[in-house]
Ligand binder design. Structure first.
Ligand code: SF4
Length: 178
């Protein structure tokens, strides 16, 4: 399946926790003032490739176990991103996605857009909402403005309300033989 990319970073440490493969799609209609990737907004441009080629490049990178879909707007190439996310989940990768849409709006869209539903079904953490310059904060981790939420999609569905993702806390344990 074709996918139009703005770029890819095979060893990102800023698009979610840990070392990740970040896929940036081309095209975003949200036009947020102060956008971190303004060159990714036009639909024209970018590099046309295939989801199979992207998957092959991710698999060839033996170091990453997590992938982030960003942009651009992944939900404006929902079918291609859903194909990537589904395949990655089947192979055991963790998947994050950034979107300028609100989660609630995507849930409504998913009622009649199969690709949107399939993409949501295969994302672990959704970072949602547009970038809002007035709420920009450099102290935030993994998002640019304080309106954006790191949503644990599975927990949100189970609870029937938005549940934000929390990084696992690290508690050092003594090995049993000590
Ligand atoms: S949603 Fe993201 S990529 Fe799109 S305009 Fe806003 S900040 Fe830029």
């Amino acid at each position: 399946m074709d996918i139009n990319l703005y770029g890819a970073v095979p060893d990102s440490i800023v698009d979610g926790p840990g070392l990740r493969y970040a896929v940036f799609v081309q095209g975003c209609s949200h036009a947020c003032p102060g956008c971190h990737n303004p060159e990714s907004q036009p639909r024209e441009g970018g590099t046309l490739t295939t989801t199979d080629a992207v998957l092959a490049d991710i698999r060839a990178n033996g170091l990453v176990h997590d992938v982030t879909l960003s942009g651009g707007e992944p939900f404006e190439q929902a079918a291609a991103c859903a194909h990537l996310a589904r395949q990655l989940k089947e192979e055991g990768y963790g998947v994050w996605a950034y979107t300028g849409y609100l989660y609630e709006d995507l849930v409504r869209l998913a009622e009649h857009e199969v690709a949107v539903r399939e993409l949501l079904d295969n994302v672990d953490v959704l970072v949602d909402g547009p970038f809002v310059q007035a709420r920009k904060s450099l102290s935030l981790k993994w998002c640019g403005s304080s309106n954006q939420r790191l949503i644990d999609v599975a927990a949100t569905r189970a609870a029937g309300r938005v549940v934000t993702w929390e990084p696992p806390s690290f508690v050092p344990q003594k090995p049993p033989s000590w």
